[in-house]
Every structure is written in C-alpha cells, then in structure tokens.
Write a protein that binds this ligand. Structure first.
Ligand code: CU
Length: 193
C-alpha cells in the first residue's frame, strides 16, 4: 500500500515535470499580405541535430510549391521538377548575404536535386528559365517555428520554458523581433502597426 502510494506520487511528479517542459507560444501577427513565419531565434549555447528526413520543394505548374517552406538549419531539401518543362533553381543570397548564393542547375521533369541548408536565413528561390517563378525557404536556427494561418494566428508547440527572442518574417517586410518568456502555454502577439 505504502509502495503504491510512493509510486503514484512519483508518477504525478514526473507528469508535472513533463508538462512544464512542454510549453508553447501562440499569438497573432498583424494583418497584411504574404505568408508569415514566426520562429525562436538562436539560443545561446544550444545546438540542434539536423533533421534526417528530407523535405520537398516542388516545381509544379510553373510555381515553387509550397511558396514558403520553413526548415530548421541542417535540413536537406529535395527540389523536384514535376512539370513537362525544364526548371532551374538558384538563389542570389541567403539572408541578403551574396556569398551564400548558389545555382543548383537546370533539370527536366521527374528529376530531383538536393541541397543541405547549413546557413540560417531566408533563401529567395528563383528560376532563370521562368523569371516569374519565386519562392522562399526560411532556414531557422531552432526547430521552434510555425506559419501563421490565414487569420494571422500562429502556434509553436513543444518549446521548453525559458526566455527567447521571437522573430516574425513576412515576404517583402523586414523581420520583427520580440522577447518572450515561455512558461507553459504562453501568448505572444505581434502588435499591429
Ligand atoms: Cu522554371
């Protein structure tokens, strides 16, 4: 009986500990055009393993699909041509830094070329065959990120308690930062201007 009680008490403590770890950040971004990404900026002294699973950026119907792809640093992206025409993929910079520009080349339907993104920043994707094609890969320094939905609501799950810098990026706008202290389920709104 006593042992059972001890066991139960231990379980309750363990559950409480786990719950404290599993915080989240939810909130709203200002109204505006374009997809919006919110992520936790780099955390001093903390690194994260590169994800093993590849993510796909499709070239389909003369579009990069999805238009905006968010991946944590170290992720490998498979660029897949699903059209009947050849596409090229290049980016003139990463986060505005021209030394990180890269041209993956041009390839026909059904082929895939992969690239591992080891530099944090926004990667503006272009195709030199179709100047109207444009897409973005947002390479985040932490695995804590989310995209806002059409009503401007975002939620980042599984964020450990702590104080962080939150970054909001929107196509065509300068990033906006905000300090947030996570303690369990936490709210952080980006105020409308
Ligand atoms: Cu193209």
């Amino acid at each position: 009986m006593k042992l059972t009680k001890l066991f139960t008490t231990t379980l309750v403590f363990l559950a409480a500990g786990l719950a404290a770890q599993a915080g989240s950040i939810s909130g709203k971004v200002p109204h505006g055009k374009g997809g919006t990404v919110v992520y936790v900026d780099s955390i001093s002294g903390k690194t994260f393993p590169a994800p093993e699973k590849h993510v796909t950026m499709d070239q389909k119907a003369l579009l990069f699909q999805p238009h905006i792809l968010v991946v944590p640093v170290g992720a490998t992206v498979d660029f897949q041509n699903s059209d009947n025409v050849a596409h090229n993929v290049f980016w003139p910079n990463v986060g505005g830094n021209k030394k990180d520009s890269h041209n993956l080349g041009t390839w026909p339907k059904g082929q895939v070329r992969s690239f591992k993104f080891d530099t944090v920043g926004v990667v503006p994707l272009l195709c030199n065959v179709h100047p109207e094609m444009s897409g973005f890969i947002v390479v985040t320094p932490t695995p804590y990120y989310a995209e806002a939905d059409s009503s401007g609501v975002f939620k980042i799950d599984d964020v450990p308690d702590g104080t962080y810098t939150l970054v909001m990026w929107r196509e065509g706008s300068k990033p906006v930062t905000k300090q947030v202290t996570v303690a369990g389920a936490t709210t952080a709104d980006f105020a409308s201007k």
